[in-house]
Design a protein around this ligand. Structure first.
Ligand code: GLP
Length: 235
């Protein structure tokens, strides 16, 4: 894991956007897997700005969702799909047939099985953007004594149920749908954003370098090509 310390959230966002843009320069039709949440919002704004200046750059990429909140109605604006549509898919002009989302209209386990099969067809992911949960989760791979390797339905931790996206919902979700560590670790390049309130202690645990399923992000130490961008405010 290459750890980069960033002076501010703006610098972290610009650096992350530059890393993804460089990947796209090298492979115009790459498969991007973007996290949602507050960590990557600035980076997606930067990417949208780059796309406005160079509309060809991102035109051929495909996108696969990292996770989705469970029990939402179709088209719920608070969903992962709603978030990505507003910040990435629409600004970059990515059509629906190049966006693979968890299907919220079918049983969650079926949706996860379909996502796994779809990724086996279109994967591996070229670049995966991850945020770090306050409890060390990535996607909805929550801290547990053992992890489920593939796409699965996850019972949400207390911390995930208190996430701003969940708190904004009428009925806070009990479960989430997520790529598993297997699909995440198969990505060719991973950009991990470590930023946000209340993350000092999880950042310190991650940077200590111990690998444990009780801190799922720590499994990223096992991957050869991770850029971990840490907001200096957390150190
Ligand atoms: C959420 C999402 C993740 C996100 C993480 C961190 O629960 N499932 O995809 O990366 O938690 O969120 P934030 O960046 O808002 O701190």
């Amino acid at each position: 894991m290459h750890v980069h310390t960033c002076e501010s959230y703006e610098r972290l966002s610009a650096h992350a956007a530059a890393l993804v843009a460089a990947d796209v320069e090298r492979k115009r039709n790459l498969l991007l897997c973007p996290a949602t949440g507050s960590s990557p919002t600035g980076m997606y704004r930067d990417i949208a700005g780059r796309a406005a200046g160079d509309p060809e750059l991102f035109r051929s990429i495909s996108v696969v969702a990292l996770d989705e909140w469970g029990g939402l109605g179709e088209g719920d604006p608070g969903s992962t799909t709603g978030y990505l549509k507003e910040r990435l898919l629409d600004p970059l002009g990515i059509p629906a047939d190049r966006f693979a989302a968890f299907d919220t209209t079918v049983d969650a386990a079926i949706a996860c099985g379909r996502m796994r099969a779809q990724l086996e067809r279109i994967g591996p992911i070229d670049v995966c953007v991850l945020g770090l949960g306050v409890n060390g989760h990535i996607g909805f791979n929550e801290p547990t004594p053992s992890l489920v390797p593939h796409c699965h339905v996850a019972r949400l931790s207390e911390e995930s149920r208190r996430h701003a996206m969940a708190r904004a919902m009428k009925n806070p979700p009990e479960f989430g749908l997520t790529l598993g560590m297997r699909e995440i670790l198969a990505a060719r390049h991973i950009v991990l954003l470590v930023t946000g309130e209340g993350k000092q202690s999880v950042a310190a645990r991650l940077l200590a370098g111990e690998v444990t399923t009780m801190l799922p992000a720590s499994l990223l130490w096992l991957h050869d090509n991770v850029d971990c961008l840490v907001d200096m405010a957390l150190l």
